[in-house]
Design a binder for this molecule. Structure first.
Ligand code: NAD
Length: 256
């Protein structure tokens, strides 16, 4: 389905990004995996995807908190037909206690990296007359939760940037959309569970059911493969006229 296309997924050695990379490869795209580390295990992820799906897969290390590294990543990739901006981090604290370094890191990785990679990728896409920019935002790009000020601000920013890029590329064979997942059980979410257990004095299952999935009417986590499948759909011809919008994969969260 996506044979001949190259998909670059930022922050894809884990969680949703890895799921997106696997689904892109399953659909026939060559893939470029990224994170800030540069270990044998990182390169093995790309090798495993190449072996499993019979596509070309490369790992390129780049720190998405760094403007020059974001821009260099796209240049090193050479061809980027599908850019999935996925890298992201989280930190939870009341506004008055929110450390400035955490605010700056979240804004840099979750929002500014999307600007930098997109700015370099668009001219490459225009030369080929085809492109997809898919931003992994969040239900927190459309709604808020307490104690997640930087994350919510960054994800709302991603949704706004998505609309602007869509307008600047409309009619050029390029689309730009945001996927807004609800809770997906990845390392990013796992890391929040111990704090929530302490805060609410609950066991793990109760935190998952009554704190996390309380916002998700389906009562179920979304999966990385489902986010990947949505990104593949946005890369098909059926989605040629879908641009500048958000697709929620959140079990009904934003319908409440
Ligand atoms: P994760 O922690 O499993 O994955 C995050 C990825 O980003 C990892 O590959 C990590 O190495 C990478 N990353 C972090 N800092 C980086 C940096 N400086 N440079 C390059 N890569 C970096 O988390 P996840 O849950 O898979 O999150 C992926 C994206 O999905 C994030 O943007 C997150 O905000 C979003 N999201 C997650 C959920 C969820 O419930 N898990 C819900 C909505 C949105």
């Amino acid at each position: 389905m996506l044979k001949g296309k190259t998909a670059l997924i930022t922050g894809s050695n884990s969680g949703i990004g890895l799921g997106v990379a696997q689904e892109m490869a399953r659909a026939g795209a060559d893939v470029i995996i990224n994170s800030f580390s540069d270990s044998a295990a990182d390169h093995a992820i790309a090798a495993d995807i190449a072996a499993e799906f019979g596509v070309s897969a490369r790992y390129i290390a780049a720190d998405m908190s760094d403007e020059a590294a974001c821009r260099a990543l796209i240049k090193k990739a050479g061809q980027v037909d599908i850019l999935v901006n996925n890298a992201g981090i989280q930190y939870v604290a009341p506004v008055e206690d929110f450390p400035t370094d955490k605010w700056n890191a979240i804004l840099a990785i979750n929002l500014s990296s999307v600007f930098h990679t997109t700015a370099v990728a668009l001219p490459l896409m225009r030369t080929r007359g085809w492109g997809r920019v898919i931003n992994i935002a969040s239900a927190h790009g459309l709604t808020a939760s307490p104690y997640k000020s930087a994350y919510v601000a960054a994800k709302h920013g991603v949704v706004g940037l998505t609309k602007t890029v869509a307008l600047e590329t409309a009619g050029q064979g390029i689309t730009c959309n945001a996927i807004c997942p609800g809770y997906v059980l990845t390392p990013l979410v796992e890391a929040q569970i111990p704090d929530q257990m302490k805060t609410h004095n609950m066991d793990r299952d109760t935190v998952v059911r009554e704190v996390m999935l309380a916002r998700q009417p389906s009562g179920q986590f979304a999966t990385s493969a489902q986010i990947g499948g949505t990104a593949v759909f946005l890369s098909t011809g059926a989605a040629d006229q879908i641009t500048g919008t958000t697709i929620s994969v959140d079990g009904g969260w934003t319908a409440l």
